[in-house]
Design a protein around this ligand. Structure first.
Ligand code: MHF
Ligand code: KIV
Ligand code: MG
Length: 279
């Protein structure tokens, strides 16, 4: 029997994500604010990720390292007010889970307790297994993230494809199996060769969600501002721009400026008069 996707008015749950493996494709998009979460939620995607990419997309930082727990919680609170159906996942920021298992559980808990997210995501394999186990043990669902892990940019030497040689591909597979054993409910694979992602997807019992990881993954994720054509400081190869909202916003703002300068806006239909005497 094909596992049905949750109904349009039904909340997506962690068990429904697990049950999707091998039955239907999963979708995840990012949102960093209430309004974007509203629109993305209405699209019917399974998961909304409050990505630490907000450091670059919302705050204009060079990379994702500078964003803080307080900033992540602020944005996650806004997203959970707008998302009625999708599973909302908070992306744990750099240094909020690496220092100790205790800090990891405490910070993961804040995403659920203070921002009302339903799960957290963190980057890394063997180095974060104890954290994943402890967070899951506390009752908090964890999504793993392997391959291009932007919080390790200083070690990776840039935003580069990972797992290209046989040894690196083997390490990715070992990490994926270990994260699954540690209790992750799904796994983001970022910028890894399609055949490597396919092998991992066939080897783990949990859904893989790819970004630049080819079509064999159980699901796909993109940054909403990339697919909408709003963010264009860089456009990775794996991005498909489904619209050009940046260019459209530019044009709307330009027309507004021109009409104000020429006196065409505001017209009488946008203005208020006085009340009529004796009326
Ligand atoms: N807006 C946005 N979209 C993202 O997908 C994203 C972020 N921000 N911030 C965090 C990370 C950084 N990401 C990136 C950034 C750049 C490339 C990039 O330029 N990649 C090159 C290939 C590099 C190589 O392996 O040689 C490309 O051409 O795609 C990839 C992923 C993905 N994530
Ligand atoms: C690209 C996704 C997976 C992410 O981690 C983010 O948006 O921060
Ligand atoms: Mg991230």
């Amino acid at each position: 029997m094909a596992e049905k996707a949750p109904k349009p008015d039904e909340r997506v749950t962690v068990p429904s994500i697990l049950a999707a493996k091998g039955r239907r494709k999963l979708t995840m998009l990012t949102a960093y604010d209430y309004l974007t979460a509203l629109w993305v939620d209405r699209s019917g995607v399974d998961m909304i990720l409050v990505g630490d990419s907000l450091a670059m997309v919302m705050l204009g930082h060079e990379d994702t390292l500078s964003v803080t727990m307080e900033e992540m919680l602020h944005h996650t609170r806004a997203v959970t007010r707008g998302a009625k159906r999708a599973l909302v996942i908070g992306d744990m920021p750099f240094l909020s889970y690496q220092v100790s298992v205790e800090q990891a559980v405490e910070n993961a808990g804040r995403f659920l307790k203070e921002a009302r997210a339903q799960a957290v995501k963190l980057e890394g394999g063997a180095s974060v297994l104890r954290q994943v186990e402890a967070i899951v043990k506390a009752g908090i669902p964890v999504q793993g993230h392997l391959g291009l892990t932007p919080q390790s940019i200083a070690q990776l030497g840039g935003f580069k494809v990972q797992g290209k040689d046989e040894e690196a591909a083997r390490r990715l597979l070992d990490d994926a199996l270990a994260l699954s054993d540690a209790g992750c409910f799904s796994l983001v694979l970022e910028a890894v060769p399609a055949p490597v992602a396919e092998k991992i997807t066939r080897s783990v019992p949990i859904p893989t969600v790819g970004i630049g990881a080819g079509p064999a993954c159980d699901g796909q994720v993109l940054v909403t501002h990339d697919l909408a054509g709003l963010f264009d400081r860089f456009v990775p190869r794996f991005v498909k721009q489904y619209d050009q909202l940046g260019a459209r916003l530019l044009e709307a703002a330009r027309r507004y400026r021109e009409e104000v300068e020429s006196g065409a806006f505001p017209g009488p239909e946008h203005s208020f008069g006085l009340s009529k005497k004796g009326g």
